[in-house]
Design a protein around this ligand. Sequence first.
Ligand code: FAD
Length: 382
Amino acid sequence: MPADTTLTEEHREVRRRVRHLAETVIAPAAAVVDRDAAFPRAAHEALVAEGLYVPHLPVALGGLGADALTSCLVIEEVARACASASLTPNVTRLVSLPLLAAAQPDLAERCLRPAATDGAILAFALSEEDAGSDAAAIRTRAVRDADEYVVTGSKRWITNAGVADHYLVAAVTEPETRAISLFVVDRDTEGLSFGPCEDKLGVRGSPTRSVFFDEVRVPAEQRVGAEGEGYRLALEALDHSRVTIAAQAVGLAQGALDYAAGYVCSRRQFGQAVGAFQGVRFMLAEMAMRLEAARQLTYAAAARSEARSSDLRFFSAAAKCFASDVAMRVTVDAVQLLGGHGYTRGSPVERMLRDAKVTQIYEGTNEILRGVLAKQVLAEVG
Ligand SMILES: Cc1cc2nc3c(=O)[nH]c(=O)nc-3n(C[C@H](O)[C@H](O)[C@H](O)COP(=O)(O)OP(=O)(O)OC[C@H]3O[C@@H](n4cnc5c(N)ncnc54)[C@H](O)[C@@H]3O)c2cc1C
């Protein structure tokens, strides 16, 4: 693959190791994970055992201190086999970013070392029923009471909810200014409860639940960053995390292209492999071309994430938008190339099509992200 030119020997080794896990452990379980909406336990345990669940965490916290491109390669290779399995590390990584940036050292240690060493799972609780794209409109409240905060409200669409050990929760701490702060709420805290798993179109193995806070008492030292800093911290974390969502989309598209390419070589009509027909070959070429463009943009965004470049917001929004649109298109084309077989549960491409859809929705819908991109374009001329 031409993408190899951007990879070091270490990157290639990580990709080789994850691909091996994906082919031997993750892919064989993917259909059942999807059918039964079962948590992808085998994939999770395999990644943890291999030390590749959250490789970006610093060595001082038990991680590898790996760069953003390494995280992309892990997520891409896992998503190529099972998108649900790639979401657990993705969201744990998202939560780790504000913790690394602004949590008190003891709190970061307590939440992140178990993630690095034992596979502890984290959840990011920002969205609410009436505050999705307009996340600043959240209503969950945190009221200071001596050396604690009392958190009341509810969150919707929370990935890893129910299986996560810690929840990074956004809550309004100053209603007049609408200042938002972040708090870590531990799983067993009194007053914390969960709704049932959402019955989703795709990423069915990734648990998505509502989370309820009924006067949940949180020690003040579990606030992440200063009071009122939470929204900025969350947005900055999402700037980095959209890069690995782009990688997830690239992996999904690669899985669909690989499967479709194999199929058209073996499927025969009119006395020859359907892959010999020009119409089919042009489709494959188009899919591969778009996919490689998405991959290169994603890796370029990963370099910006690693360097904390001032243009990261543009690159991560562009990579996430472009790669998720490519994943949608490539998976639709893969279904087309399989004909009737693509439209039934017997092949993985219909699952990949359903899984790809959500990459256009979460961590900022592609409409919102196009707005982010346009704002930057216009700022250049204004
Ligand atoms: C599987 C899944 C997992 C998720 N995991 C998490 C999680 O772990 N943590 C978390 O906090 N959230 C999570 N989310 C929530 C996700 O981030 C939101 O669904 C997303 O931000 C969109 O919000 P919404 O669903 O309320 O849609 P809405 O904001 O209601 O949008 C509806 C439609 O209107 C469009 N729209 C809205 N505003 C504009 C605008 N200004 N311009 C143009 N179009 C606009 C949107 O693009 C969309 O097409 C998850 C969602 C899903 C589906």
